[in-house]
Design a protein around this ligand. Structure first.
Ligand code: SF4
Length: 260
């Protein structure tokens, strides 16, 4: 049994708003360590946001990399792309590297899940890693997160103007309109994501987006945008809305583990 003063306290930043707000909320907590699990397939806006956190909050962020790249793992998995049903990417790119970094230390892992969310976040199977949810404990909801980010000067990550969540640029939790936005903002990354798909005629198809390849999705651009504009509150009189506000309660199931 370890002594309590040997316990480490770690906040794993996802590059998204909630864990950033938690860093603001806990910025005076002595001894708190900050880490970022870098999959190697992050958006440039995520790195800019981490730099902003370093500068504004005066914190050091340890960047943890997986031992093998996603491409390596994809080959090992026989080209089988991860999906909401088979989310092997989270395990190999984030959970295992995080657990390896912690080793056998006794750790409180701080998680930015809000009190108005219905999800659990990362729960380690290792009994030396104890999840701790300050926003849930203290009853903080989305408007509190907005306040923490705006009042600290940190604001939201830039990508929230066109995408609703943090994580890999090829994350399969994206909506079709977000894929199109990736195409507009980071075409090279979009093309890289395309290269991971299998769409040959004589092989089993593996595509990121349900029912179509990214190439087919781009060809349907007009149709997807029209359908999005019809159902979206992002109308000409409401252009200041961030995509994250729009999808906050309406998007597909979030990447619960990648928001650790
Ligand atoms: S952000 Fe998406 S693609 Fe990246 S590890 Fe998490 S679930 Fe997988």
């Amino acid at each position: 049994m370890r002594k309590s003063d040997n316990r480490r306290h770690i906040l794993a930043l996802s590059g998204g708003k909630d864990s950033a707000a938690l860093a603001v909320y806990l910025k005076d907590k002595p001894g708190l360590e900050y880490v970022f699990l870098d999959t190697g397939y992050e958006l440039p806006e995520t790195y800019e946001y981490l730099n902003r956190m370093r500068a504004i909050l005066g914190i050091e962020i340890t960047v943890i990399h997986p031992e093998r790249s996603f491409e390596n793992w994809l080959n090992l998995k026989g080209g089988y792309l991860p999906s909401p049903q088979q989310r092997w990417c989270t395990e190999v790119l984030k959970i295992k590297p995080y657990e390896k970094y912690i080793g056998s230390d006794y750790v409180y892992s701080y998680i930015g899940i809000r009190n108005d969310e219905d999800r659990d976040g990362y729960i380690s199977s290792k009994d030396n890693i104890i999840p701790f949810y300050p926003f849930v404990e203290d009853g903080l909801i989305y408007s509190d997160i907005e306040y923490l980010l705006e009042s600290s000067g940190l604001g939201f990550p830039e990508y929230y103007k066109w995408r609703s969540r943090s994580g890999c640029y090829f994350c399969f939790f994206q909506q079709k309109i977000e894929w199109l936005n990736l195409y507009k903002h980071h075409k090279k990354s979009f093309i890289k994501a395309m290269s991971f798909e299998k769409i040959g005629q004589n092989e089993k198809r593996f595509t990121w987006s349900e029912g179509e390849s990214l190439g087919e999705l781009v060809q349907r651009r007009g149709e997807i945008e029209e359908s999005y504009n019809k159902r979206s509150p992002m109308r000409p009189n409401n252009r200041s809305k961030k995509l994250v506000d729009i999808f906050q309660n309406h998007g597909p199931t979030a990447c619960i583990v990648c928001d650790i």
